[in-house]
Design a protein around this ligand. Structure first.
Ligand code: ZN
Length: 695
């Protein structure tokens, strides 16, 4: 256990203000970050836990346009909703800022200007995608197309959400404007690029060698595959009118790329906090003994492990992250969480249906945290964990202790007699828990840490069940005093050690036990409460009066869960209805247009998975003319072995294109059924030979 105080800067991913936040955000980033920050404060560390709303980037003006309001209205609306969700769930930021603030504009501008003056950028005029109809350059979210890495047809101009690759808009195959739907043209424009490739050797040394052992394998693996792919220069400016203006004479009409300005938001938020609290922000970003830890979801790994560190390194005066404990994704009832498809449990809605039960959600999300792989949230599991763990173990133990203490001793902690071997062992085990839980938290294993907290409650429950003070009171009143004394010490330890995980429960329990101790995990605290659970002689001394007993947790009934499941069923039905909409007829094609397409009957003779691509299969197809390679995005609907021998329709004169380095020479015709499964359009009649023309 780390006993010497240390300075920490903890950041949590800046939520993007184009929607409210849901359980996936909470599980992936904010609950683990909050547990970590609260725990560190209780151990006497100096903590700056900062976050803020990310309010720039192309998606904000796009959403504003769609809703017919101003971008400012969009960011104000969601900043308010998001900020209050964090407050409601007890996320204990020292500061929650926003990137539209003056202080951030100044910080980000100066950061850019310094790199510019020191010649860290490459200035380049390149051809970029341009939508002539909208009179606008298309970058990032303004353009969609096929991902060159995995074949996902809905990749964005900055990133493919399917395979996680970071892209340049000009990398997309068949790009399409997200504003007008038009096929973009190329037009020249000047931008400033950060030459990531120049930092490749340094990055290899720092992460691949230096953090091989202490970074999570999912994070390390993603960074390694990035570096192995080779880094390229990346534009840090954009042709856009929403964002932080490029602070250069020839930067007019251009803004800083949102992924350049957003991480600087951590610094601005720290500056804002330091000014308010009379601290020196530079201690938290430039002192070598400060530990910087970024909490993020897996979709942000590249930005926090490659791009932002390179920015900090290029600037030269900043420290680098000590760790980036990124989580994988949380699914909901087996399906990917989706804001646009409303497949989510929204935090503000959860609180309407389960008022005052923030800790139940915090508990379940931590117990199920996607720390090493994607995980699933189900309402049945939520109910079971509440009823079987929080109510039946933690709540039951506390309730027995409070009720019996009230009944036997009118709420006064009894003086113990001589401790038995079991008592001594129980108290010694109790005193070991702060170190046991701390060791898991320090390794960013929050579900394991919370599991240990529950083991302490189990220890208490078992102790009472074995000693049976309710029976013994008739035969050995003196012994019952000792038993209740021990049980009360465990209750007090639970009140303290649960605070990072279940802050609302901890506050209630401290009140029930009439503990003097205020919350010690909140901003500004540099407490000794965590270790005192081990070092204090008596956590609740004999003679101390406890308060009134109330229920700590309450049972969640089947009807409440049914209601949530019905809500999701309704969403599913609405999404299916949406999907069933028949696409409108496309513009007229001439007979010549049609006869240009050379469609043939063919047979799949070989099928293998494309390495490292979830969606792609590499097929060998007998077209009657030849056996050729076709790369097809069907891997999520079919296993390679089940389609060998399949009769298919092939467009054979489609210009070849490379997918993941494999040249695809044609296209197999597919459609989708109402459940979203792909199906082959095959010439379904006996005796159609490969190579037969379809017309
Ligand atoms: Zn992709």
């Amino acid at each position: 256990m780390n006993n010497s105080p240390q300075r920490y800067t903890i950041t949590a991913a800046l939520p993007y203000t184009n929607g409210p936040i849901h359980i996936g955000h909470l599980a992936g980033v904010y609950v683990p970050a909050d547990i970590y920050a609260r725990f560190l404060r209780m151990q006497g560390n100096d903590v700056a836990f900062v976050c803020g709303s990310d309010e720039h980037g192309a998606a904000i003006p796009m959403k504003a346009k769609k809703e017919g309001v101003s971008p400012q209205q969009i960011i104000d609306k969601y900043h308010t909703i998001i900020k209050s969700s964090f407050e409601d769930f007890g996320v204990s930021f020292d500061n929650y800022s926003r990137t539209s603030s003056k202080i951030h504009h100044k910080t980000a501008s100066e950061f850019f200007a310094k790199l510019y003056e020191e010649g860290k950028f490459i200035e380049e005029t390149t051809e970029q995608l341009y939508d002539a109809e909208a009179n606008q350059f298309l970058a990032d979210r303004f353009v969609t197309g096929t991902c060159p890495k995995c074949g996902n047809e809905e990749a964005y101009g900055d990133q493919c959400e399917s395979c996680g690759s970071s892209l340049n808009a000009t990398d997309l195959i068949n790009p399409k404007s997200a504003i007008t739907g038009a096929k973009p043209t190329l037009k020249e424009t000047k931008h400033w690029f950060l030459p990531l490739d120049q930092y490749e050797d340094w990055l290899k040394e720092w992460i691949l060698v230096g953090h091989k052992k202490d970074w999570k394998t999912n994070v390390y693996g993603q960074v390694k595959s990035w570096i192995d792919d080779g880094l390229r220069a990346r534009a840090v400016t954009r042709d856009l009118d929403w964002g932080i203006p490029v602070p250069l004479k020839d930067g007019e009409g251009k803004v800083l790329y949102v992924w350049f300005d957003a991480p600087i938001g951590y610094i601005s938020s720290t500056i804002e906090w330091a000014e308010r609290e009379g601290k020196n922000w530079e201690d938290y970003w430039k002192e070598k003994d400060t530990k910087l830890v970024h909490f993020i979801g897996k979709d942000n790994i590249v930005f926090h492990c490659v791009i932002f560190p390179i920015m900090l390194k290029a600037e030269g005066s900043y420290i680098l992250p000590e760790n980036v404990p990124a989580n994988e994704f949380l699914n909901l009832e087996g399906k990917k969480l989706s804001t646009s498809k409303n497949w989510a449990v929204w935090l503000h809605e959860y609180l309407q249906d389960f008022p005052d039960q923030q800790d139940v959600l915090r508990y379940v999300l931590t117990a199920n945290a996607p720390e090493t792989k994607d995980n699933d949230f189900t309402w049945k599991d939520f109910q079971a964990r509440n009823n079987n763990e929080l109510v039946a173990v933690f709540g039951n133990f506390i309730n027995r202790v409070l009720v019996l203490t009230d009944k036997y001793y009118a709420g006064e902690v009894p003086a113990p007699g001589e401790f038995s071997e079991v008592d001594k062992h129980t108290l010694a085990t109790l005193k070991a828990y702060p170190a046991v839980i701390a060791s898991s938290i320090e390794k960013y294993r929050f579900r394991e840490a919370q599991g240990e907290l529950m083991n302490l409650a189990r220890l208490g429950n078992k102790y009472l069940a074995d000693e049976e003070p309710w029976k013994m009171i008739k035969t050995d009143e003196e012994r019952v005093k000792t038993v209740m004394y021990v049980a009360l010490q465990i209750s007090s330890a639970l009140a303290t050690l649960s605070e990072p995980f279940l802050p609302f429960t901890s506050a209630k329990l401290r009140k029930f036990l009439n503990m003097e101790q205020e919350a010690t995990s909140l901003p500004g605290n540099q407490a000794t409460s965590w270790n005192e659970v081990s070092t204090k002689e008596a956590l609740l001394p004999a003679g101390h009066h406890i308060g009134k007993a109330e229920l700590l947790f309450s049972k969640i009934e089947d009807e409440q869960i049914e209601k949530q499941l019905e809500k999701l069923e309704a969403t599913k039905a609405a999404n299916e209805a949406e999907n069933k909409k028949v696409e409108p007829q496309k513009e007229m094609a001439t007979f010549e247009d049609f006869t240009k397409m050379d469609l043939r009957a063919g047979t799949i003779v070989e099928a293998t998975k494309m390495p490292k691509a979830d969606k792609l299969l590499v097929l060998k197809v007998d077209t009657g003319l030849d056996i050729r390679t076709i790369v097809s995005g069907i891997a999520q609907s079919f296993k390679p072995e089940e389609i060998i021998g399949k009769k298919v329709t092939v467009l054979i004169n489609l210009a070849p294109r490379k997918l993941r380095g494999v040249e695809s020479q044609g296209m197999i015709l597919m459609t989708e059924n109402s459940q979203g499964k792909l199906v082959f359009l095959n010439p379904d009649t006996e005796g159609v030979e490969n190579g037969t023309v379809i017309s």
